[in-house]
Write a new protein. Sequence first.
Length: 118
Amino acid sequence: QVQLVESGGGLVQAGGSLRLSCAASGRTTSSYAMGWFRQAPGKEREFVAIIDWSGGYTNYADSVKGRFTISRDNAKRTLYLQMNSLKPEDTAVYYCAADINRYRPNYWGQGTQVTVSS
């Protein structure tokens, strides 16, 4: 089993930045693809970003491309999401995910709230 704990969410004004972190414990995650998903009120959970085990491959949803950067530190067992130029439509609960196959994770964190005010 893998446990994932997100942190770094909060309230920020439009145009601001936040950095989310996801600490992994339990079974090793260094060989897993990891990523971030989000769910806004009244909407389905959606893909945000993914990174392969080495960090050599990343992919982003079109809505965040050029503003968000995903990265990982396998030695620290931590996944990051740097979010810049935030918009009100980025408001959502952000979930860390691990062991992702065809964009379907086997492990989820509990989520962290990000609220962007206009």
